[in-house]
Ligand binder design. Structure first.
Ligand SMILES: Nc1nc2c(c(=O)[nH]1)N[C@H]1C(S)=C(S)[C@@H](COP(=O)(O)OP(=O)(O)OC[C@H]3O[C@@H](n4cnc5c(N)ncnc54)[C@H](O)[C@@H]3O)O[C@H]1N2
Ligand code: MOO
Length: 418
């Protein structure tokens, strides 16, 4: 079991900047408490609950980085070339605790234990071998081609801090240190629901005035990519105040985060805000200077974090990625915020109203002389349009105060992954 402790009591206020809204959402999200112990091969994408210290050093013994010859530098007296007999042969996995006989070299292979007394390994390409001896002309530097015990991770050291996503390289690091299982944060229990009497599910026949529910699939697909989420899909909730109240109250009792789409703007058919108020939710964010997605609502309902995303599909997608996702990551216990924004340059002209930071679907097929993508804008910025973002290579950001974007203007873009 996990739970989010309430840790902020923000009040609703005027229109917030995107950054302020994001910070409030993150502040409202406390990491889920508790920990699960998982075998390492079931932990990909999960979040470290505590610092991971390791019982085994990496590497666990001095070993050779090359196929070659291990030698003692003190045997290379005077000027070269030096001629030394080969006294031993050591392959990877050799279990003998060998000492290198003075005045000799050992044939050694990559990954094999360096014999006691040897202080350098010379690559085989740099020696001449004749029957049972080698000749070399250049004095190797001390420690050449020797991977020292614990040089990657010392025995007993912290291999990973708490709050890190277990990426494949991090799991490989732990495996290299002999870690077989570890403590991760419990999954964040997320409930999603759609509101709107106009909604019908794909596969059904559309009635008059109906549209297909696309936000549900978007949220399911997006959240399914987060291994630290446990998802409950509550489907479409009837669009009346009582049904919505009951649904969100129950969802908040058994989940860490509740995400709804639709019903957050000003009309009397938009019931989410009323329902949240009647359920005594603490509302941290009610309006954001973002395009699309202005009527985003963020708050706390009981012990759960609540996101009321706008119904328009592109607005739901942008507010999810810009505001909800960073807060969800905090709820998951993640302490790293990825910075995926890249410098880019506009290849289009766009006259726009100031006041809201705008997220624009873009493509690019060339780069400028500095290597920055030259962006083409897709669509007209309608928050109900789905084709532009479906075809986009990335989302460009236009600062709130800019009233005209011209070709050559510096922008930033976040590439979309497949
Ligand atoms: N008088 C005002 N009207 C609107 C305002 C405003 O400030 N004053 N804001 C506009 C903005 S901006 C947005 S964004 C939308 C937000 O609307 P809601 O969050 O209340 O959402 P709905 O009204 O329920 O739906 C909006 C739109 O999206 C469609 N929709 C809803 N759910 C889904 C879904 N699951 N899948 C696909 N499409 C969905 C719905 O049919 C509507 O067309 O409000 C503006 N209005
Ligand atoms: O803020 Mo809304 O998404 O423009 O229609």
């Amino acid at each position: 079991m996990s739970s989010l402790a309430a840790c902020s009591t923000g009040k609703s206020g005027p229109t917030l900047s995107v950054d302020a809204a994001r910070l409030r959402a993150i502040a409202a999200a406390c990491p889920v408490a508790g920990q699960d112990v998982l075998p390492i091969d079931q932990a990909v994408g999960r979040v470290t609950a505590i610092p991971i210290t390791v019982a085994h050093a990496l590497p666990p013994f001095d070993n050779s980085a090359m196929d070659g010859y291990a030698l003692r530098l003190s045997d290379l007296t005077g000027d070269g070339p030096w001629h030394l007999p080969v006294s031993a042969r050591i392959a990877a996995g050799d279990a003998r605790a060998l000492s290198l006989a003075p005045g000799t070299v050992a044939r050694i292979f990559t990954g094999a234990p360096v014999p006691f007394g040897a202080d350098a390994v010379v690559m085989q390409e740099q020696v001449t071998r004749t029957s049972d001896r080698i000749s070399l002309t250049e004095r190797p530097r001390p420690g050449l081609n020797i991977r020292r015990l614990g040089e990657d991770v010392a025995q007993g050291a912290q291999a990973l801090a708490a709050g890190l996503a277990l990426t494949p390289p991090r799991l490989a690091l732990l495996a290299g240190c002999g870690v077989a299982s570890l403590a991760v944060r419990p999954r964040v229990r997320v409930a999603i629901l759609s509101t709107g009497d106009e909604l019908s599910e794909p596969g059904s026949t559309l009635g008059p005035g109906q549209i297909y529910n696309s936000n549900r699939v978007f949220l399911r697909a997006t959240l399914s990519r987060f291994p630290w989420v446990h998802l409950t899909d509550l489907g479409i909730v009837p669009d009346d105040a009582a049904s919505i109240r009951t649904a969100i109250r129950h969802a908040a009792q058994s989940h860490d985060v509740v995400i709804s789409s639709g019903g957050v703007s000003a009309g009397e058919e938009d019931h989410i805000l009323d329902a949240l108020r009647l359920e005594a939710a603490e509302l941290d964010v009610l309006k954001v200077a973002i395009r699309p997605g202005k009527p985003l609502t963020v708050g706390r309902l009981g012990r759960a974090l609540y996101f009321g995303l706008p119904g328009n599909p592109y607005a739901a997608a942008i507010t999810f990625s810009q505001i909800a996702k960073p807060a969800l990551r905090r709820a998951a216990g993640l302490m790293e915020e990825p910075d995926t924004w890249l410098p880019a340059v506009a290849g289009f002209t766009y006259a726009r109203a100031t006041g809201r930071r705008e997220y624009v679907p873009v493509r690019w097929d060339c780069r400028d002389t500095f290597g920055r993508p030259v962006l083409t804008r897709l669509g007209q910025g309608a928050s109900a349009s789905m084709s532009p973002s479906a075809m986009a290579m990335g989302i460009a950001v236009i600062p709130a105060e800019i009233d005209m974007v011209k070709p050559g203007q510096s922008l930033t873009v976040e590439p979309l992954c497949e």
